[in-house]
Design a protein around this ligand. Sequence first.
Ligand SMILES: Cc1cc2nc3c(=O)[nH]c(=O)nc-3n(C[C@H](O)[C@H](O)[C@H](O)COP(=O)(O)OP(=O)(O)OC[C@H]3O[C@@H](n4cnc5c(N)ncnc54)[C@H](O)[C@@H]3O)c2cc1C
Length: 245
Amino acid sequence: VANLKLRAERDGDHYILNGSKTFITSGMRADYITVAARTGGPGAGGVSALLVEGNTPGLTRTALKKMGWWCSDTAQLHFDHCRVPVANLLGQENGGFQIFMLNFNQERLALALQAYGFARVCLDEASEWASSRTTFGKRLVGHQVVRHKLVAMATRIEATRALLEDLTRRLEQGESPVAQICMLKNFAAQTMQFCADNAVQILGGMGFMRGTKSERIYREVKVIMIGGGAEEVLNELAARQLGWA
Ligand SMILES: Cc1cc2nc3c(=O)[nH]c(=O)nc-3n(C[C@H](O)[C@H](O)[C@H](O)COP(=O)(O)OP(=O)(O)OC[C@H]3O[C@@H](n4cnc5c(N)ncnc54)[C@H](O)[C@@H]3O)c2cc1C
C-alpha cells in the first residue's frame, strides 16, 4: 500500500487522477469509490484518501472472472484524467495511509469471521454426511479415522472462535492489536482451508459435486488467504509489530 502508483496531481480545486486499481471488490457497481492515491513523494507519507464518484468522466471499469466470490463483483478500475474535487479528500492530504491501515483491522476481522462461519458449515455438512453414509458395513462416523477428522476440524474451529471473541472485545475497547489481527486472519483462513479440505474428503465423490456446500466453500478458500493481505505479508507485518524485523 505504501508503494502504490496511482497519482493524483493537484490542479486548482481539483485533483487529476491517472492510473488504475485492480481486484476492486464491488468495483463494477459502486456509486462511490474510496481511492488511495499518491499526492506526495514515495512511501507511506505520500498517500491520500479520495472519494471518487462513480460517474466521474474518465473512470472506466472492467469486470474480472474469479475462482470464487461469485456473489461479489470484482473489477479493474481505470482512471484517465479523472477530475476529483479537493472537497472529496478524506482526512489530510498525504495523511491517507493511516486511514487505510486502520480500516485493515476491521477488514481482516471480517475476513476471519467469514472463514470461521464457512469452516463451521463444512463441519456441519461433513458431520451429517458421516452420520448417514455407510461404507464397509458401518456409518462413516463409525470409522475412527473419520471421526478423528471431525474432531480435528472442531478443534481448529473452537480455537478460531476463542481468538475471534478475544480480538473483537479488544477492538471494541479501542485497542489496535495489529499483529494479533494478522495472526487471527491467517489462523482463521487456515482453519477454513483445513475444514473445507477435510469436509470434501469425508463427502467423497459427492464433495466434488456442484451443489454441496463444502465444494462451494473449497473454492472460496484462496481469496480469504490472499485478500486483505496475503498470508506471508501478514506474517511479516506481525513480525515487524512484535519487534522481530
Ligand atoms: C477477489 C479479490 C478482491 C479484492 N478486493 C480488493 C479491494 O476491494 N481493494 C483492494 O485494494 N484490494 C483488493 N484485493 C487485492 C488484494 O488485497 C491483493 O490481491 C492481496 O493483497 C495480494 O496482493 P497481490 O495480488 O498484488 O499479490 P502479490 O503482491 O503479487 O503477491 C503474490 C504472492 O506472493 C507472495 N508474496 C508477496 N509478497 C511477499 C513477501 N513480502 N514475502 C513472501 N511472500 C510474498 C504471496 O504468497 C502472495 O500471495 C482483492 C483481491 C481479490 C483476489
